[in-house]
Design a protein around this ligand. Sequence first.
Ligand SMILES: CC(=O)SCCNC(=O)CCNC(=O)[C@H](O)C(C)(C)COP(=O)(O)OP(=O)(O)OC[C@H]1O[C@@H](n2cnc3c(N)ncnc32)[C@H](O)[C@@H]1OP(=O)(O)O
Ligand SMILES: O=C([O-])CC(=O)C(=O)O
Length: 462
Amino acid sequence: MFSRRAVSKLTTSAPAGFSRRMASTKSLRETLKEVIPAKQEQLKKLKAEHSQTVVGDVKVENIIGGMRGIKAMLWEASVLDPLEGIRFHGLSIPECQKQLPTAPDGKEILPESMLWLLLTGQVPTTEQARELSKELAEKGELPKFVEDLLDSLPTTLHPMTQMAIGVSALNHDSAFQANYEKGMKKADYWTHTLEDSLSLVARLPALSARIYRNVYKPGTDLAAVDKNLDLVGNYSNMLGFGDNKDLTEYLRLYIAIHGDHEGGNASAHASHLVASTLADPFLSYSAGLQALAGPLHGLANQEVLRWQLNMLKELDGKVTHSDIKDFLWKTLKSGQVVPGYGHGVLRNPDPRFIALQEFCDTRPELSSSPLVQLVKQTFEVAPDVLKEHGKTKNPFPNVDAASGCVLYEYGLKDFKYYTVIFGVSRALGCVSQLVWARALGLPLERPKSYSIDALEKLIKSQ
Ligand SMILES: CC(=O)SCCNC(=O)CCNC(=O)[C@H](O)C(C)(C)COP(=O)(O)OP(=O)(O)OC[C@H]1O[C@@H](n2cnc3c(N)ncnc32)[C@H](O)[C@@H]1OP(=O)(O)O
Ligand SMILES: O=C([O-])CC(=O)C(=O)O
């Protein structure tokens, strides 16, 4: 029905302030030192010359409608177009797939390459991506007290709650916090934020794999961080799927493309808000994870799988378009949302959904799987049903509609864990923004609120 080319028309121009095409041998820190002054200057000029320019109106519907449609956040790494979907520093997903370095033994985007792009606005060379993999692997071990903390949690506690607790506890070693206490200068904020951010991203695989082992494979060994593997190579290995090259590749793609979705999504926004108080990256991202754990946001991927498996079970494996239609209506009539469909901004099929579907199309073992087929068939039926239902502004699938079925087919069947994988990914965008927020000196976030009475008074006075 939709190809990714139709969903995402390509542009190759780098956004102002970033010069993306320069191949370089510089390290990540040297690259950032180079690009930050130009951006600081750009923002200073914007503030001096255009502070009073009007960007949009705020209507009562925006205030009571979850601020939907208000353009009110500064976010550097990505912009979401309602029709074309996400662009990371101007690059669409297909462009990232063409340009970003992969693992030595893989074809999918390496999340380290995505992190480099999100942080610097530049496409890294293969050597730069390898250096970053190496640095992350070197920093990947967890402090012993965090291991003990995770091991002490009840296995009945949702994996996302465990993840937020673990990430929060990592702030014990925050360079930002330690230097803040010593009176660090504002100009040094971003460098310590960067160190904490890299340490956080590096430790997420060990932290998340430990939660998986504790909850789903108690008593089994947990592999140590291998200094020669990339971030996802290590993650997959520690999850116990190191021999499954297809799953490892899928995880690389999954984690790269879920990395950022501009600033207003609930996890990014929560993380940004908390960081604006100068809380360190661990505390800030822990807040982002708690937002991701809600079923209208990241948790939808576990809900999609539960829903699709229920459909498969109820229809006894023999599924026609008409059966799917009936099942969709049953869901809607019982007052539930169709998980994996609809979006706060997108008004077309999510290009991340398309990219994951294309991954399935290239692998015979996936394209013949009944569950993967069901996701595809649901996509053929659901938009018309949702249009007829007439409520959702976007009747098309979002990324969560597709992300779980591949994990399930490749043997990672514990779907209450799926949002944790999303949580490993979303850190890429959140920490990139944290570094930029400190480099640009962005202030404490504090929007004005109104009560219903105050709004009525305002309306009467106009
Ligand atoms: C990674 C991500 O976070 S992607 C999103 C993952 N979440 C899901 O897939 C859950 C299902 N989808 C939804 O609940 C919604 O579409 C959201 C939360 C994603 C977006 O919410 P909104 O921006 O408020 O959507 P929208 O403006 O279209 O909502 C209008 C109405 O349509 C309903 N609606 C929206 N999507 C759906 C859906 N998939 N199924 C049924 N009804 C829906 C809303 O609940 C709302 O109903 P109400 O007027 O009774 O409150
Ligand atoms: O953009 C949003 O609101 C939700 C989403 O798809 C994401 O955060 O990945």
